[in-house]
Ligand binder design. Sequence first.
Ligand code: HAM
Length: 416
Amino acid sequence: MSEIKAAKGTRDIFPPEIQKWQFLENAIHDYYKKFLYQEIRTPIFEHSELFSRGIGSETEVVQKEMYTFSDKSDRSLTLRPENTASVVRAAIENNLFETVAPLRFYYIGPMFRYDKPQKGRYRQFHQFGIEVFADDSPQVDAEVIFAAVDFLNKLRIADIRLELNSVGCPRCRPLYLEVLRKAARAEGGRLCADFRRKIEGNPLRIFDCKLPECAETTRDFPLLDGHLCAECRDHFAAVRETLSWMNVPFQLNPRLVRGLDYYTKTAFEVTSGQLGAQNALLGGGRYNNLIKELGGPDMAGIGFAAGMERIILHLENPALPKIKNLFVAYGEQKWLAHAIQLAEVLRAEGYPVYLDFQGKNLKKQFKKADKIAAAFTLILAEDEIASKSVSIKNMASQEQKKIPLKDLNERLKKNY
Ligand code: HAM
């Protein structure tokens, strides 16, 4: 029969790489709790409309990358391509605005996009992210950015670059888009076909094109920074000032537009010099209209999400505390019940214990003990059972001692 392989763009995660994942997940839980973020877990699939309305029907994510399917009741459902829209939906539906304080959430989990797979880009990938609601102050923007960059620094991820922009608000952006459309229409013939189509819809995307001809054509296009309203300008200046108090270095990039439509004012991305083409480690920004657009109160929001596979590519396997595994060996099948009970007692004391059920002789069990890198093998045989004792074999030195069972815990603690 032919072998069944994992679906394109998905991957299995197993030892030793899994150690990095557990390390990263623990680090996320520890770090973000310091800012009073609380974890939120939302479903893997949602009504498709959440994403088309939340992320924007004109975006690449919604138009080309969603895993959308009909369930048996003919509802259109979508595997979440990101989590901001879901967190907002969950907050509205469960009225978290009234019941949770502060309104700060973090999440960790798989996302799904029908992307072209390559190193650092998958169809099932993992993000962790944070979202803050009900705070429109520029200082919180800076704090969110700090909590993104500082976390990467704490993981010792070198060669990172923070890019920052303001994408304006519904007051100033439409006026700017008209100016941009005018410029783009005049040069339309020199833009690629894909981006010619975007001129009337969302011309900001023109700046996303990676083709050198498009980049060259748009080089002198008017940029948003010269068209921000006074409120967006002041907000952005205060974000930059606060970041400088926090000693967070950044580069202004007036062409940074992000791929999702919900952003207003601050937008940012952190890239890595070590990642090649898929170099965005994380991205985020403010989304002051999303909560209202999805049926909630008129409330501000800001957050970011990071690609965990891309962070994992930067991590060394963590130096784990040396765990001393125990192996319980039994001389004959008839001592199996004693061995099972001893393993149970030791696990309850907190020791990792392996017991081999294949009923092989002691020699074979010792071999297995070596294979699982046991530090000590505890042997139960005729003698030990009769005298309520156990023999401990130090697998490194091969030294073996018989001790009373009642002293075992004490002795292991000393050796451990
Ligand atoms: P995003 O920029 O679409 O933002 O994704 C955030 C990060 O997810 C990217 O910087 C990248 O590291 C990772 N990522 C995206 N697509 C893939 C992929 N196909 N394979 C591997 N990694 C990928 C968002 O998702 C927003 N929800 C962020 C946000 C939160 N904005 C405000 N709050």
